[in-house]
Design a protein around this ligand. Sequence first.
Ligand SMILES: NC(=O)c1ccc[n+]([C@@H]2O[C@H](COP(=O)([O-])OP(=O)(O)OC[C@H]3O[C@@H](n4cnc5c(N)ncnc54)[C@H](O)[C@@H]3O)[C@@H](O)[C@H]2O)c1
Ligand SMILES: N[C@@H](Cc1c[nH]c2ccccc12)C(=O)O
Length: 352
Amino acid sequence: MKLFETTATAGHEQVLFCNDQASGLKAIIAIHDSRLGAAMGATRLWPYESEVAALTDALRLSRGMTYKAACANIPMGGGKAVIIAKPEQKTCELLQAYGRFIERLNGRFITGQDINLTPQDVRQINRETKYVVGTQEKSGGPAPVTAIGVLLGMKAAAKYRFGSDNLKGLKVAVQGLGNVGQHLCDWLHQNEVKLFVSDINQAKVSKVARLYGATAVEPEQVYGLDVDIFAPCAMGAILNTQTISQMKASIIAGSANNQLLDEQVHGEMLTDQNILYCPDYVINAGGLINVYHELIGYQEKKAISHVHSIYDTLLELFKKAETTGMTTHKASMQLAEERITQAEQAQMLVSA
Ligand SMILES: NC(=O)c1ccc[n+]([C@@H]2O[C@H](COP(=O)([O-])OP(=O)(O)OC[C@H]3O[C@@H](n4cnc5c(N)ncnc54)[C@H](O)[C@@H]3O)[C@@H](O)[C@H]2O)c1
Ligand SMILES: N[C@@H](Cc1c[nH]c2ccccc12)C(=O)O
C-alpha cells in the first residue's frame, strides 16, 4: 500500500500510528479534515485481519465524519480511530495508554464510544484525556439520538417517494438490532409500521420480535424481502452487487456507516434500480450532532431540534439528485464540499 498516495488521494491531513509496548496497544488515529475545527470521530475496537484493513477502515470512516459534520452544519472536522484488538484483549492499561495518545494531540482529535467499546471503557480513556464526548454522564450516549435521526430521514424519504411522511402500514426491514437498531424498532413500532427484523444474535431477534410483534427474518434473507424500506443498522459495505440485485425495497434508510461497498458503482446501481438511497453520513448524523452539543453547552432540546434538520437536508438532496441526474451519494458529497468551502470563507472573513 502506498501510504502517502492513499491518504492524500482521499484528502487526509494526518494519520497517527500509536504503539504502546507495555499494554500492547496498537491504534490508528486518522484525521481527515480539520479546516472547520477539531476532528471529531469515535473510536472503534476491532480484531482486523490485517493492518491494511484497519487503516482502510480508519481512512474511510474519518472521511465520512468530515462529510457528516458538514452536511449537519457542524463547524468541526472529521476523524476516526481504530484500536486493533479482540474485545477480550481490552485492558485498563491499554485504554489508558490510548487516552494518553489522544491527550498529546491537544484537542486536535475529539473521540468517544464506537463498536466494541463500552461506557466503562470510555471512562478509562477519559482518565487520561479530556477530549472525550458522548458519555452517559454528559449527553447520555449517542445511539438513541442516532435512531431519531434515522426515523426522521426515513420519513423524509417516504415523503419524497410516496407523497406522505406517515409511515403507518409501510413494511420496514431492520438489519442489526444493536444500540441504534433497537431504538429505531421502538420508534417504528410507535409509528405503526409492519416490522421485519434480523440479527446474527438470535437473543436480540427474539427480544425485538416479542416486544414489537416484529417478524423475524434470517440474516441472509433480509435483502430480498418484499418491503417498502430497508434499514441497514449493522455493518458497512452491505450495499453491493449481490445484495442490491435482490432488493425490492423502494427506500434505503439506515444508520450503518459506509453502506456502499463502492460509492460510485453501487450508488449508481441503486439509482438504476429506482431505489432512493439516504446517504449514510447524512441520515446517521444524530449521534454526532448530540455529542457536538456537549462542546457548546448541552441542552437536549437544542440538540434534538438540530437533529430535525436531517429531514430537510435529505429532501434537499433528493431534489438535487433528481434534477442533476447524479446519485444521492454524490449529491451529498457536493453539498458537504460546498458547506466546507462556504464556512472556510466565512472564517477567513472573520479573521481578516
Ligand atoms: N451508535 C451510534 O450512535 C451510531 C451513529 C452513527 C452510525 N452508527 C453505525 O450504525 C451501526 C449500528 O450501530 P450500533 O451502535 O447499533 O452498533 P451495535 O454494535 O450495538 O449493533 C450492531 C448490531 O448488528 C448486528 N450484526 C452484525 N452483523 C450482522 C449481520 N451480518 N446481519 C445482521 N445483524 C448483524 C450485531 O449482532 C449487533 O446487534 C454501525 O454501523 C455504526 O457504525 C452508529
Ligand atoms: N460514532 C458516531 C458518532 C459519535 C459517537 N460518539 C462520538 C464521539 C466523538 C465523535 C463522534 C461520536 C458516528 O459514527 O457518527
